[in-house]
Design a protein around this ligand. Structure first.
Ligand SMILES: C=C1C[C@]23C[C@@]1(O)CC[C@H]2[C@@]12CC[C@H](O)[C@@](C)(C(=O)O1)[C@H]2[C@@H]3C(=O)O
Ligand code: AKG
Ligand code: FE2
Length: 336
Protein backbone atom coordinates (compact mmCIF):
# COMPACT_ATOMS: atom_id res chain seq x y z
CA UNK A 1 0.00 0.00 0.00
CA UNK A 2 1.46 3.34 -1.02
CA UNK A 3 1.52 6.00 1.66
CA UNK A 4 0.66 9.29 0.05
CA UNK A 5 -0.49 12.31 2.00
CA UNK A 6 -4.14 13.30 1.67
CA UNK A 7 -5.45 14.21 -1.79
CA UNK A 8 -6.84 17.49 -0.52
CA UNK A 9 -3.24 18.59 0.05
CA UNK A 10 -2.46 18.09 -3.59
CA UNK A 11 -2.58 20.48 -6.54
CA UNK A 12 -6.03 20.57 -8.12
CA UNK A 13 -7.39 21.44 -11.49
CA UNK A 14 -10.68 23.28 -11.40
CA UNK A 15 -13.40 22.68 -13.99
CA UNK A 16 -11.40 20.02 -15.76
CA UNK A 17 -13.55 18.82 -18.62
CA UNK A 18 -12.98 15.10 -18.42
CA UNK A 19 -15.46 14.37 -21.22
CA UNK A 20 -13.25 16.07 -23.70
CA UNK A 21 -11.89 12.85 -25.21
CA UNK A 22 -9.62 13.11 -28.19
CA UNK A 23 -10.80 10.38 -30.53
CA UNK A 24 -8.80 11.71 -33.38
CA UNK A 25 -5.33 11.27 -32.08
CA UNK A 26 -3.18 10.65 -35.12
CA UNK A 27 -2.82 6.92 -35.48
CA UNK A 28 0.31 5.72 -37.23
CA UNK A 29 0.52 2.17 -38.53
CA UNK A 30 4.25 1.58 -38.83
CA UNK A 31 3.69 -1.20 -41.38
CA UNK A 32 2.17 1.24 -43.91
CA UNK A 33 4.39 3.06 -46.44
CA UNK A 34 2.35 6.26 -45.86
CA UNK A 35 3.53 6.36 -42.25
CA UNK A 36 6.45 8.73 -42.99
CA UNK A 37 4.21 11.53 -44.27
CA UNK A 38 1.60 10.85 -41.58
CA UNK A 39 4.26 11.10 -38.85
CA UNK A 40 5.43 14.49 -40.14
CA UNK A 41 1.83 15.80 -40.21
CA UNK A 42 1.17 14.50 -36.67
CA UNK A 43 4.37 16.15 -35.37
CA UNK A 44 3.42 19.45 -37.03
CA UNK A 45 -0.19 19.45 -35.82
CA UNK A 46 0.02 17.80 -32.38
CA UNK A 47 3.61 16.89 -31.45
CA UNK A 48 1.95 13.64 -30.43
CA UNK A 49 0.67 10.42 -32.00
CA UNK A 50 -0.20 6.81 -31.33
CA UNK A 51 1.67 3.93 -32.92
CA UNK A 52 0.44 0.44 -33.84
CA UNK A 53 2.26 -2.45 -35.52
CA UNK A 54 5.28 -1.22 -33.62
CA UNK A 55 7.21 -4.49 -33.51
CA UNK A 56 7.93 -4.38 -29.77
CA UNK A 57 7.18 -7.91 -28.49
CA UNK A 58 4.09 -7.93 -26.23
CA UNK A 59 6.01 -10.31 -23.93
CA UNK A 60 8.57 -7.59 -23.18
CA UNK A 61 5.80 -5.12 -22.44
CA UNK A 62 3.88 -7.48 -20.14
CA UNK A 63 7.04 -8.58 -18.36
CA UNK A 64 8.07 -5.02 -17.54
CA UNK A 65 4.57 -4.08 -16.45
CA UNK A 66 4.31 -7.04 -14.11
CA UNK A 67 7.80 -6.31 -12.67
CA UNK A 68 6.81 -2.67 -12.20
CA UNK A 69 3.62 -3.67 -10.37
CA UNK A 70 5.66 -5.99 -8.16
CA UNK A 71 8.19 -3.25 -7.45
CA UNK A 72 5.55 -0.68 -6.50
CA UNK A 73 3.86 -3.19 -4.18
CA UNK A 74 7.04 -3.47 -2.05
CA UNK A 75 6.86 -1.80 1.37
CA UNK A 76 7.66 1.90 1.19
CA UNK A 77 10.74 1.40 3.36
CA UNK A 78 12.18 -0.99 0.74
CA UNK A 79 11.50 1.33 -2.18
CA UNK A 80 12.92 4.28 -0.32
CA UNK A 81 16.30 2.55 -0.26
CA UNK A 82 16.53 3.74 -3.86
CA UNK A 83 15.53 7.32 -3.03
CA UNK A 84 15.26 10.19 -2.82
CA UNK A 85 15.83 10.70 -6.54
CA UNK A 86 18.81 12.84 -7.42
CA UNK A 87 17.43 12.88 -10.10
CA UNK A 88 17.57 9.08 -10.51
CA UNK A 89 16.05 6.59 -8.11
CA UNK A 90 12.73 6.09 -6.38
CA UNK A 91 10.51 9.13 -5.84
CA UNK A 92 7.17 9.53 -4.13
CA UNK A 93 4.94 12.59 -4.69
CA UNK A 94 7.85 14.97 -5.19
CA UNK A 95 8.80 15.52 -8.81
CA UNK A 96 12.13 17.20 -9.44
CA UNK A 97 13.70 19.44 -6.83
CA UNK A 98 11.70 22.61 -7.25
CA UNK A 99 8.64 21.68 -5.19
CA UNK A 100 6.41 20.08 -7.86
CA UNK A 101 4.07 17.50 -6.34
CA UNK A 102 1.96 14.79 -7.95
CA UNK A 103 -0.22 11.85 -6.94
CA UNK A 104 2.47 9.47 -8.20
CA UNK A 105 5.39 7.31 -7.19
CA UNK A 106 8.10 6.45 -9.67
CA UNK A 107 11.43 4.89 -10.48
CA UNK A 108 13.65 7.03 -12.70
CA UNK A 109 16.79 5.48 -14.22
CA UNK A 110 19.28 6.13 -16.98
CA UNK A 111 19.11 3.50 -19.72
CA UNK A 112 22.71 2.47 -19.12
CA UNK A 113 22.63 -1.26 -18.12
CA UNK A 114 25.47 -0.85 -15.58
CA UNK A 115 23.68 2.03 -13.91
CA UNK A 116 20.46 -0.01 -13.78
CA UNK A 117 22.28 -2.94 -12.14
CA UNK A 118 23.88 -0.71 -9.55
CA UNK A 119 20.68 1.14 -8.66
CA UNK A 120 18.59 -2.02 -8.43
CA UNK A 121 21.15 -3.71 -6.16
CA UNK A 122 20.84 -0.77 -3.80
CA UNK A 123 17.09 -1.33 -3.60
CA UNK A 124 17.02 -5.05 -3.27
CA UNK A 125 20.13 -5.52 -1.12
CA UNK A 126 22.14 -8.71 -0.96
CA UNK A 127 19.36 -11.13 -0.09
CA UNK A 128 16.79 -10.43 -2.79
CA UNK A 129 17.21 -10.80 -6.48
CA UNK A 130 16.74 -7.79 -8.76
CA UNK A 131 17.53 -9.88 -11.86
CA UNK A 132 13.98 -10.12 -13.16
CA UNK A 133 13.32 -6.38 -13.04
CA UNK A 134 16.78 -5.65 -14.48
CA UNK A 135 16.31 -8.12 -17.37
CA UNK A 136 12.80 -6.80 -18.06
CA UNK A 137 14.07 -3.21 -18.16
CA UNK A 138 17.00 -4.02 -20.42
CA UNK A 139 15.01 -6.03 -23.00
CA UNK A 140 12.27 -3.39 -23.03
CA UNK A 141 14.69 -0.48 -23.43
CA UNK A 142 16.50 -2.14 -26.37
CA UNK A 143 13.27 -2.91 -28.21
CA UNK A 144 11.73 0.50 -27.58
CA UNK A 145 14.93 2.32 -28.56
CA UNK A 146 14.91 0.38 -31.84
CA UNK A 147 11.31 1.43 -32.49
CA UNK A 148 12.05 5.06 -31.52
CA UNK A 149 14.94 5.05 -34.02
CA UNK A 150 12.71 3.65 -36.77
CA UNK A 151 10.23 6.45 -36.10
CA UNK A 152 12.99 9.07 -36.14
CA UNK A 153 14.23 7.67 -39.47
CA UNK A 154 10.72 7.81 -40.92
CA UNK A 155 10.57 11.42 -39.72
CA UNK A 156 13.79 12.19 -41.58
CA UNK A 157 12.38 10.48 -44.72
CA UNK A 158 9.13 12.43 -44.39
CA UNK A 159 11.07 15.69 -44.01
CA UNK A 160 13.21 14.64 -46.99
CA UNK A 161 16.46 15.04 -45.11
CA UNK A 162 19.59 12.99 -45.31
CA UNK A 163 21.23 11.05 -43.88
CA UNK A 164 18.08 9.39 -42.55
CA UNK A 165 19.82 8.63 -39.24
CA UNK A 166 20.33 12.34 -38.50
CA UNK A 167 18.08 12.07 -35.41
CA UNK A 168 18.30 8.36 -34.62
CA UNK A 169 22.11 8.35 -34.41
CA UNK A 170 21.81 10.49 -31.28
CA UNK A 171 19.88 7.71 -29.51
CA UNK A 172 22.18 4.99 -30.85
CA UNK A 173 25.32 6.82 -29.69
CA UNK A 174 27.07 5.02 -26.81
CA UNK A 175 27.00 8.31 -24.95
CA UNK A 176 23.28 8.91 -25.55
CA UNK A 177 21.76 10.46 -22.43
CA UNK A 178 18.48 8.56 -22.40
CA UNK A 179 16.23 7.88 -19.45
CA UNK A 180 13.57 5.36 -18.49
CA UNK A 181 10.78 5.99 -16.04
CA UNK A 182 8.21 3.74 -14.37
CA UNK A 183 5.27 5.70 -12.94
CA UNK A 184 2.57 4.42 -10.61
CA UNK A 185 -0.52 6.54 -9.97
CA UNK A 186 -2.44 4.91 -7.13
CA UNK A 187 -6.23 5.17 -7.24
CA UNK A 188 -7.48 8.24 -5.50
CA UNK A 189 -10.95 7.25 -4.15
CA UNK A 190 -11.25 10.34 -2.00
CA UNK A 191 -11.36 12.30 -5.24
CA UNK A 192 -15.13 11.97 -5.39
CA UNK A 193 -15.55 13.30 -1.87
CA UNK A 194 -12.97 16.05 -2.33
CA UNK A 195 -14.61 17.03 -5.60
CA UNK A 196 -18.16 17.22 -4.29
CA UNK A 197 -19.45 20.74 -3.88
CA UNK A 198 -16.34 22.13 -5.53
CA UNK A 199 -17.25 21.75 -9.15
CA UNK A 200 -15.35 19.30 -11.29
CA UNK A 201 -12.01 19.20 -9.48
CA UNK A 202 -9.26 16.73 -10.27
CA UNK A 203 -6.11 15.75 -8.44
CA UNK A 204 -2.95 16.13 -10.49
CA UNK A 205 -0.94 12.94 -10.96
CA UNK A 206 1.85 14.54 -13.00
CA UNK A 207 1.67 18.29 -13.67
CA UNK A 208 1.70 19.81 -17.14
CA UNK A 209 5.05 19.94 -18.90
CA UNK A 210 6.90 19.22 -22.10
CA UNK A 211 9.59 16.54 -22.23
CA UNK A 212 13.04 18.07 -22.80
CA UNK A 213 14.62 15.23 -24.80
CA UNK A 214 14.26 14.43 -28.52
CA UNK A 215 11.46 11.88 -28.37
CA UNK A 216 9.48 10.11 -25.64
CA UNK A 217 7.81 6.74 -26.03
CA UNK A 218 5.00 6.18 -23.55
CA UNK A 219 3.08 3.03 -22.80
CA UNK A 220 0.53 2.57 -20.02
CA UNK A 221 -1.93 0.01 -18.73
CA UNK A 222 -5.59 0.51 -19.57
CA UNK A 223 -6.19 3.28 -17.02
CA UNK A 224 -6.97 6.75 -18.32
CA UNK A 225 -5.35 9.94 -17.03
CA UNK A 226 -3.07 11.22 -19.77
CA UNK A 227 -4.10 14.53 -21.33
CA UNK A 228 -2.43 16.59 -24.03
CA UNK A 229 -2.73 20.26 -24.82
CA UNK A 230 -3.76 21.16 -28.36
CA UNK A 231 -2.31 24.11 -30.26
CA UNK A 232 -5.30 26.28 -29.17
CA UNK A 233 -4.41 25.60 -25.51
CA UNK A 234 -7.39 23.29 -24.81
CA UNK A 235 -6.81 20.02 -22.98
CA UNK A 236 -8.04 16.66 -24.21
CA UNK A 237 -7.94 13.23 -22.63
CA UNK A 238 -6.10 10.48 -24.45
CA UNK A 239 -8.02 7.17 -24.35
CA UNK A 240 -5.62 4.58 -22.93
CA UNK A 241 -4.50 1.64 -25.08
CA UNK A 242 -2.23 -0.90 -23.46
CA UNK A 243 -1.19 -2.48 -26.78
CA UNK A 244 0.02 0.72 -28.44
CA UNK A 245 2.67 3.33 -27.83
CA UNK A 246 2.24 7.09 -27.63
CA UNK A 247 4.99 9.31 -29.00
CA UNK A 248 5.80 12.80 -27.73
CA UNK A 249 7.91 15.31 -29.64
CA UNK A 250 10.45 16.65 -27.12
CA UNK A 251 11.89 20.17 -26.78
CA UNK A 252 15.18 19.15 -28.44
CA UNK A 253 13.40 17.96 -31.57
CA UNK A 254 11.46 21.23 -31.62
CA UNK A 255 14.79 23.06 -31.77
CA UNK A 256 16.36 20.71 -34.33
CA UNK A 257 13.39 21.31 -36.66
CA UNK A 258 13.41 25.06 -35.96
CA UNK A 259 9.84 24.79 -34.60
CA UNK A 260 8.40 22.92 -37.57
CA UNK A 261 7.63 20.27 -34.95
CA UNK A 262 6.56 21.47 -31.52
CA UNK A 263 6.92 19.60 -28.25
CA UNK A 264 3.59 18.60 -26.76
CA UNK A 265 2.40 19.82 -23.34
CA UNK A 266 0.90 16.96 -21.40
CA UNK A 267 -0.16 16.00 -17.87
CA UNK A 268 -1.72 13.13 -15.96
CA UNK A 269 -4.89 13.37 -13.85
CA UNK A 270 -5.30 10.88 -11.00
CA UNK A 271 -8.00 8.25 -11.45
CA UNK A 272 -10.50 7.76 -8.65
CA UNK A 273 -10.78 3.98 -8.93
CA UNK A 274 -7.98 2.39 -10.89
CA UNK A 275 -4.26 2.46 -10.60
CA UNK A 276 -2.29 3.68 -13.62
CA UNK A 277 1.10 2.22 -14.42
CA UNK A 278 3.13 3.79 -17.20
CA UNK A 279 6.59 3.28 -18.61
CA UNK A 280 8.32 5.96 -20.59
CA UNK A 281 11.53 5.91 -22.59
CA UNK A 282 13.01 9.40 -23.09
CA UNK A 283 15.48 9.37 -25.99
CA UNK A 284 18.15 12.00 -25.42
CA UNK A 285 21.39 12.98 -27.22
CA UNK A 286 24.94 12.75 -25.82
CA UNK A 287 25.72 15.50 -23.29
CA UNK A 288 28.19 17.25 -25.60
CA UNK A 289 25.76 17.36 -28.55
CA UNK A 290 24.98 20.81 -29.94
CA UNK A 291 21.21 21.26 -30.16
CA UNK A 292 20.51 23.54 -33.12
CA UNK A 293 18.21 23.60 -36.15
CA UNK A 294 19.39 21.32 -38.97
CA UNK A 295 20.67 23.62 -41.74
CA UNK A 296 18.71 21.62 -44.35
CA UNK A 297 15.47 22.53 -42.58
CA UNK A 298 16.17 26.25 -42.38
CA UNK A 299 15.41 27.08 -45.99
CA UNK A 300 17.11 30.46 -45.71
CA UNK A 301 15.28 31.37 -42.53
CA UNK A 302 17.06 32.27 -39.28
CA UNK A 303 17.32 29.97 -36.33
CA UNK A 304 14.74 30.72 -33.64
CA UNK A 305 17.26 29.59 -31.01
CA UNK A 306 20.64 30.50 -29.61
CA UNK A 307 22.96 27.54 -29.76
CA UNK A 308 23.34 25.31 -26.74
CA UNK A 309 24.52 21.82 -25.84
CA UNK A 310 22.29 19.15 -24.35
CA UNK A 311 24.43 19.42 -21.19
CA UNK A 312 23.62 23.14 -20.84
CA UNK A 313 19.94 22.62 -21.55
CA UNK A 314 19.68 19.67 -19.20
CA UNK A 315 21.24 21.71 -16.40
CA UNK A 316 18.60 24.40 -16.80
CA UNK A 317 15.84 21.75 -17.15
CA UNK A 318 16.67 20.27 -13.77
CA UNK A 319 16.61 23.74 -12.22
CA UNK A 320 13.16 24.49 -13.56
CA UNK A 321 9.62 23.74 -12.46
CA UNK A 322 7.59 21.21 -14.44
CA UNK A 323 5.30 23.76 -16.11
CA UNK A 324 8.08 26.19 -17.12
CA UNK A 325 8.77 27.01 -20.73
CA UNK A 326 12.32 25.72 -20.67
CA UNK A 327 13.18 26.80 -24.21
CA UNK A 328 12.21 30.43 -23.49
CA UNK A 329 15.69 31.16 -22.22
CA UNK A 330 17.22 30.04 -25.53
CA UNK A 331 14.84 31.82 -27.89
CA UNK A 332 16.33 34.52 -30.12
CA UNK A 333 12.98 36.22 -30.65
CA UNK A 334 9.83 36.09 -28.55
CA UNK A 335 7.65 33.14 -29.63
CA UNK A 336 4.63 34.19 -31.71
C1 LIG B 1 10.34 19.27 -12.06
C2 LIG B 1 11.16 18.57 -12.82
C3 LIG B 1 11.05 17.09 -13.01
C4 LIG B 1 11.87 16.89 -14.29
C5 LIG B 1 13.02 17.85 -14.00
C6 LIG B 1 12.25 19.11 -13.64
O1 LIG B 1 13.04 20.05 -12.94
C7 LIG B 1 11.70 19.73 -14.94
C8 LIG B 1 11.52 18.67 -16.05
C9 LIG B 1 11.02 17.33 -15.51
C10 LIG B 1 11.10 16.17 -16.52
C11 LIG B 1 9.83 15.95 -17.36
C12 LIG B 1 10.06 14.80 -18.33
C13 LIG B 1 10.72 13.60 -17.67
O2 LIG B 1 9.74 12.93 -16.87
C14 LIG B 1 11.91 14.02 -16.78
C15 LIG B 1 12.69 12.81 -16.29
C16 LIG B 1 12.76 14.98 -17.53
O3 LIG B 1 13.75 14.74 -18.20
O4 LIG B 1 12.29 16.26 -17.36
C17 LIG B 1 11.38 14.94 -15.69
C18 LIG B 1 12.36 15.47 -14.62
C19 LIG B 1 12.40 14.60 -13.35
O5 LIG B 1 11.41 13.93 -13.02
O6 LIG B 1 13.42 14.67 -12.67
O1 AKG C 1 2.86 8.64 -16.68
C1 AKG C 1 2.45 9.15 -17.72
O2 AKG C 1 1.53 8.66 -18.36
C2 AKG C 1 3.12 10.39 -18.27
C3 AKG C 1 4.26 10.84 -17.41
C4 AKG C 1 5.11 11.87 -18.03
O3 AKG C 1 4.67 12.66 -18.82
C5 AKG C 1 6.54 11.91 -17.68
O4 AKG C 1 6.96 11.08 -16.84
O5 AKG C 1 7.26 12.75 -18.24
FE1 FE2 D 1 6.24 13.78 -19.82
Amino acid sequence: MVVLSKPEHFPFLKNCNANNLLYEIPLIDLSRPESMTEIVKACEDFGFFKVINHGVPMDFIRRLESEAVEFFSLPLSEKEKAGPPSPFGYGNKQIGRKGDMGWVEYLLLTTNPDFISQKLSSIFGESENPDKLRAALNEYISAVRKMACEILELMADGLKIQPRNVFSKLLMDEESDSVVRLNHYPPCPELERVGSGNGNRKVIGFGEHTDPQIISVLRSNNTSGLQISLRDGSWVSVPPDQDSFFINVGDSLQVMTNRRFQSVRHRVIANSLKSRVSMIYFGGPPLCEKIAPLPCLMDGEESFYKEFTWFEFKKSVFNSNLADNRLGHYEKFAAS
